[in-house]
Structures are given as structure tokens and as C-alpha cells.
Design a protein around this ligand. Structure first.
Ligand SMILES: NC(=O)c1ccc[n+]([C@@H]2O[C@H](COP(=O)([O-])OP(=O)(O)OC[C@H]3O[C@@H](n4cnc5c(N)ncnc54)[C@H](OP(=O)(O)O)[C@@H]3O)[C@@H](O)[C@H]2O)c1
Length: 211
């Protein structure tokens, strides 16, 4: 199966490496194509740098938008036509960082990245909020944990997106757990009760009930 990853920075590159090591074919795209080309070369077989964001979606079964919140809308607008009917996976937290690295939230308290992104997508796009629930380092080190896989939580309103994101989560070396619809996705973000947790399925089930 083939996944497009738009954004090959801190989290996009780790998602790409984990999916590739699970056998996924990747089409990568970044702002200036250099970092996508570098990552495709590093991963080797099964990964290609696309000619641009729209080209990345050619033949892809899903697209991961591994982009900072501030650029998400412009990229969604650029590729909107190609998103209709497609599974769109978004790991973005609604944060920005200043020159000193201090983080600030870009949305009012109580409004989640998922709810805002859902409003930016064209009708027919199938959104799942996933792969942004851990820092890149934690995501990399928790992949393929044994004997029990670590859980990656996700949220979606769309069953088809749920099936696809569960396949991707397993391919990346985790056990999927759906916390509910997009209205629940604030729980996955930085500051949410399910963010940056390494738990197995039993503990995940008990945490999910504890909203
Ligand atoms: N990093 C983490 O640990 C982490 C963990 C969980 C969630 N997240 C979330 O994931 C999102 C991305 O974070 P990040 O740390 O990966 O950011 P990042 O390191 O700044 O990477 C952003 C990527 O987006 C690409 N990009 C920017 N504008 C683009 C455009 N118009 N078209 C195509 N690609 C474009 C950049 O391309 P270039 O490479 O060419 O500059 C870069 O590859 C954020 O919303 C963050 O909250 C991050």
C-alpha cells in the first residue's frame, strides 16, 4: 500500500521511517523538496520524493499532513481537489514556537486542531487525527515494543478513515485505539490527557473511559 507524507520534518520523517520499516510504500513532499529528497534517499527502496504536494497524492491510499498548524490551511487549499474521497491523517498540534522555542497555543482553549482542520477540508475528505500524540523521539523509541505493543490513540468520525489509520498505526509498530470522533481529538493534543503516553491496550481502555 502507498501513503503520501507531506512534511518531512521532525514528526513526518519519523512517521516515514516507521511506516517504511513496516513495508509501506511512500511518496514524500516538503516545502523545497530538498528534505523530501534527502529522506527518500535515506529510506531507500519503497520511498520516492514527489515533484510537489499534489504529485505526492498520485496513487496514494492515504495522505499524512505532517505540517505545522500555521501552514496546514494553505497546503489543504493547494491540494483540496485531490483530498476528496481520500483518507487524510493529521498529527498537528495547534502550537507555534518563537525564536527561543517557547510554545504558544494558536486556538482558544477548548477548540481542538481536529475540529478546525475538519472545517478546512473539502466535503468528502476522510479525516483522522493521529500520529501527533507523542513527541517524535518517544514515537520512534516506542515503536514495535514487545511483548506488548504500545497504543497509538486516534480520533475520527469516518469508519473508512478509521480502518485505514488502524492499518497505518499497525504498520508503524503500534496498537491502534479509537478514542471517539473528532470532537474528542483535543484529548490527543499537547496538554490533553492522552498525549505523550506509552501504555498497553488494557491501560489504554481504562484511560479512554476516564474523560
Ligand atoms: N516534532 C514532534 O515531535 C511532533 C510530535 C507530535 C506532533 N507534532 C506536530 O506535527 C506538526 C509538524 O511538526 P514538525 O516538528 O514535524 O515540524 P517541522 O520539523 O517544522 O517540519 C515541517 C515540515 O513541513 C514542511 N512544509 C512546510 N511548508 C510546506 C508546504 N507548503 N508544502 C509542503 N511541505 C511543507 C517542511 O518542509 P522543509 O523540510 O522543506 O522545510 C517540513 O518538512 C506540528 O503541527 C506539530 O505540532 C510534532
Amino acid at each position: 500500500m502507498t501513503t503520501a507524507i507531506i512534511g518531512t520534518g521532525g514528526i513526518g520523517s519519523v512517521i516515514a521511517r516507521q511506516l517504511a520499516s513496516g513495508g509501506e510504500t511512500l511518496r514524500l513532499s516538503s516545502a523545497d523538496t530538498k528534505s523530501a529528497r534527502r529522506l527518500a534517499a535515506e529510506i531507500g527502496r519503497g520511498a520516492v520524493a514527489a515533484a510537489g504536494n499534489r504529485d505526492a497524492l498520485q496513487g496514494a491510499d492515504a495522505v499524512v499532513l505532517a505540517l505545522r498548524f500555521a501552514v496546514l490551511k494553505s497546503v489543504i487549499d493547494e491540494i483540496a481537489e485531490s483530498l476528496v474521497g481520500n483518507v487524510v491523517v493529521v498529527p498537528s498540534n495547534p502550537l507555534s514556537a518563537d525564536a527561543q522555542g517557547n510554545l504558544s497555543r494558536l486556538l482558544p482553549k477548548g477548540q481542538s486542531s481536529g475540529e478546525v482542520v475538519a472545517g478546512w477540508l473539502p466535503p468528502g475528505a476522510r479525516l483522522a487525527m493521529a500520529f501527533g500524540t507523542m513527541s517524535a523521539d518517544l514515537f520512534e523509541s516506542a515503536s514495535k515494543r514487545s511483548p506488548e505493543r504500545a497504543v497509538l490513540f486516534y480520533a475520527t468520525d469516518d469508519d473508512r478513515a478509521g480502518e485505514e489509520v488502524e492499518r497505518l498505526i499497525r504498520t508503524a509498530g503500534f496498537e491502534p485505539a479509537r478514542i471517539g470522533g473528532i470532537e474528542q481529538s483535543g484529548r490527543l493534543e499537547v496538554g490533553g490527557d492522552l498525549h505523550d503516553l506509552i501504555v498497553g491496550p488494557a491501560q489504554a481502555r481504562s484511560l479512554m473511559g476516564g474523560a
